[in-house]
Design a binder for this molecule. Structure first.
Ligand code: SF4
Ligand code: SF4
Length: 588
């Protein structure tokens, strides 16, 4: 069979293809985003972005009930959104095999918290595989579809950032050519979870887990790697790779199915060792279950519970000397996160800063409005929370302070879960202002489309949600749209909205400069600084654009700013801040 190098996310996509999946749905979120983007290369799979993870899962459930093999992908925080249908789907079981790939983000490289999705598997009583490299990402996911149908259960496959984004050699399999038969099958006792039906399903779910625990003791995805017999380690996922490297002589029980655990296999393994460790990333998920079986193991007493594991961290935890490797260069300059040069959000946050607004923020590129010099974000909780946060805050403030509250949310996030907050705001007579930062894409995860962009995942033209009409339909009387590159107008419109004693929405509309569809973003010439006119007032630096640099003065002169023309997108926002006409437009 052909061998190739794939990232974990590419391997998940390939597995779906090989397993005969015909429907895929997701909401983008790092580190899971590229799974669906890679699935689009397989033409027989109908892949689409959903407005949020709950909808994505509901689409997957519908397709499974119709008999199709289905994959749904999301990042860990997305499972919070999708939890409601997930728990009930665990009871109904499947028709076509259904796999939910969830990518956790230990170390929070790109997330607001550090969740361990293995708890969701246990909580929802959904079996979970955990691959340790790209080959296992493909093999386990492909197998998960069979297991799903064999045990009548949706199956979760857990990835982490290192698995999703690292590449390793993968042997591809033959794709299933005979696709599952689809069509309507009426089976209300299985799929209508009224209490009477659900009560019958629950014992079946418990029995399923017991049977799987026994079955998993004899399957190759849970395996023992023999060592010198002195030290036993139970591990899974990427933690297996670190354990293998740090303890090359240990006996390792590597779990491929982390829920339900293969209890008898664990008992037999544990009986051979005086000292047994559980090495796992994030929570003591395996450790606590093994301890509950009456087995003495050492886990989080040694292995850190916070952050991402690595061989170095593991060595440190076990007081082991580091191997003789060349030192890592640690004097790299710090690179704080920043919005791109020309980002349409920058002018909005400049305005909010000047207006001394109290900003309830949300999840997206614009969360970086928190960073200096813009420093214009005061809260950020989760997707869609900004609007509800603003409502709650306004309820407890005096009239003067209430006017300062502004919720900021992106177009994609508004459609994800912001709509309900705005509905509540109108219904319950809040007075806060909502800014919808419409950059015509889902910027932070890498520019994916959403129902307001006019394109589907595979670039086909689509009907667009009219955000202004939608807000009006929710009952908002004052809806205004501005170009955030027009600094004075933007500030004026936001100020007027803040003064209004009722809900008002300002839509700031300008496309993300990195957008990939043709003719969406204007190609503007870069700027330059006329050094003879620059008086070094530094007003332009308050916008925090990475294309503007400061050149320190030589021979005691004040210095001046200059523009890096390779970075400048020509948005001219900085130009509007300069009172000395020191910016010019390049004409070459
Ligand atoms: S990706 Fe787009 S929206 Fe995000 S910071 Fe860059 S320009 Fe702004
Ligand atoms: S705002 Fe104008 S005068 Fe002030 S530092 Fe920038 S370019 Fe120079």
């Amino acid at each position: 069979m052909q061998k190739t190098i794939l990232s974990g996310n590419e391997a998940f996509a390939r597995a779906a293809y090989e397993a005969g999946v015909t429907v895929a749905s997701a909401y983008p979120g790092t580190p899971s985003t590229e799974i669906l983007e890679n699935i689009t290369q397989y033409e027989r799979i109908d892949a689409s972005w959903a407005p949020n993870e709950k909808v994505a899962l509901e689409v997957g459930i519908g397709a499974s009930i119709g008999g199709a093999r289905t994959i749904v992908t999301m990042k860990h925080v997305g499972v919070n959104v999708a939890a409601d249908p997930l728990f009930t789907f665990s009871y109904t079981g499947v028709r076509g095999g259904m796999v939910l790939v969830v990518a956790d983000d230990p170390e929070m490289h790109s997330s607001q918290d550090e969740q361990d999705s293995r708890h969701y598997a246990r909580f929802a009583k959904v079996p979970m595989f955990e691959p340790a490299d790209s080959q296992e990402a493909l093999d386990f996911t492909r197998l998960a579809f069979e297991v799903s149908e064999q045990f009548d259960a949706p199956i979760m496959v857990r990835s982490t950032t290192r698995i999703s984004h690292s590449k390793s050699i993968v042997e591809l399999g033959e794709p299933l050519m005979e696709l599952p038969e689809t069509g309507l099958v009426r089976d209300p006792s299985k799929f209508v979870m009224l209490p009477g039906n659900a009560r019958i399903r629950h014992p079946l779910v418990e029995k399923r887990l017991e049977e799987m625990s026994e079955w998993a003791c004899t399957q190759g995805f849970n395996r023992i790697e023999a060592g010198d017999g002195k030290l036993g380690i139970i591990t899974s996922g990427v933690a297996y790779q670190y354990a293998r490297e740090v303890f090359p002589d240990a006996d390792i029980l590597k779990l491929g199915l982390v829920y339900p655990l293969p209890k008898q296999m664990i008992r037999d393994f544990a009986a051979r060792f005086d000292t047994l460790y559980v090495i796992e990333e994030l929570d003591p998920f395996i450790e606590e279950q093994v301890k509950a079986m009456g087995i003495n193991v050492i886990g989080k007493e040694k292995v850190p519970i916070c952050g991402e594991l690595s061989p170095g961290r593991l060595r440190q935890a076990f007081d082991l000397n580091p191997p003789n490797l060349p030192p890592i260069k640690e004097d790299l300059p710090p690179r704080p996160p920043n919005m791109c040069p020309g980002c349409p959000h920058r002018g909005v946050f400049h305005a909010l800063n000047r207006l001394k607004a109290y900003v309830t923020g949300d999840i997206g590129c614009y969360t970086l409005g928190f960073m200096p010099p813009l420093s214009a974000m005061d809260t950020c909780i989760c997707m869609g929370a900004s609007i509800g946060n603003a409502t709650g805050l306004s309820k407890v403030l005096n009239e003067e302070d209430r006017k300062k509250v502004v919720a900021v949310i992106g177009d994609s996030t508004f459609l994800h879960t912001g709509i309900n907050g705005l509905m509540d705001m109108v219904y319950n007579k809040s007075t806060a202002t909502v800014l919808i930062l419409d950059n015509s894409t889902t910027g932070m995860t890498g520019r994916q489309d959403n129902p307001s962009t006019g394109f589907t995942l595979d670039g086909q033209l689509a009907d667009q949600v009219d955000l202004e009409a939608l807000c009006r339909a929710l009952g908002v009387k004052h809806v205004e749209t501005v170009d955030p590159a027009q600094m004075d107008t933007t500030r004026k419109v936001i100020k007027e909205a803040m003064e209004r004693p009722e809900v008002s929405v300002v839509i700031t509309r300008r496309p993300c400069v990195l957008i990939k569809h043709e003719n969406v973003v204007e190609d503007l010439p870069p700027l330059y600084v006329k050094t003879d006119k620059c008086v070094a007032c530094k007003a332009c630096l308050t916008i925090g654009c990475p294309a503007i640099e400061w050149e320190t003065g030589k021979d005691g002169s004040k210095g001046n700013c200059k523009v890096d023309r390779l970075l400048c997108n020509g948005c001219q926002v900085c130009m509007q801040l300069c009172k000395f006409d020191a910016f010019g437009v390049c004409d070459d």
